[in-house]
Design a protein around this ligand. Structure first.
Ligand code: ZN
Ligand code: ZN
Length: 129
């Protein structure tokens, strides 16, 4: 009793003679491909709804890496990330130094070069000015 009616494969649409009543595919290749695509589609469905990183609204992304619900929100996000990543030239902080350090530097410098530096010049060299 293996004579079932001819039927079409659920995956490729080819006609075949099923061996079992519950058979839906002409071959195991079609069966595997069908299941693989079903899984892929299911995965996509889970990712359907996302929450916008800017306004917190739920949306359905069109692209896999979409992060915002709309162009407006995307622009805001872009600006935010740009600000985060843009390296603002840091204001050079003046080093805090003591008079002793300046004098020490002055003496050292004189010993090394024989040149007498002024106090301000020492401060400059030490990065305090
Ligand atoms: Zn098939
Ligand atoms: Zn949004």
């Amino acid at each position: 009793m293996t004579n079932y009616d001819k039927r079409e494969c659920d995956y490729c649409g080819k006609e075949y003679m099923p061996a079992r009543i519950s058979q839906r595919f002409c071959c195991t290749v079609c069966y595997r491909k069908f299941n693989y695509e079903k899984r892929k589609n299911n995965k996509r469905k889970i990712q359907d709804e996302k929450i916008c990183e800017i306004c917190g609204k739920k949306y359905i992304p069109l692209k896999h890496n979409q992060k915002t619900c709309s162009v407006e929100c995307r622009e805001i996000l872009q600006k935010q990330t740009q600000q985060k990543h843009s390296k603002k030239p840091k204001l050079k902080k003046h080093n805090f130094i003591t008079i002793e350090e300046v004098i020490h530097f002055q003496v050292k410098h004189k010993q090394a070069t024989g040149e007498q530096l002024s106090y301000t010049e020492c401060c400059k060299q030490l990065g305090a000015l």
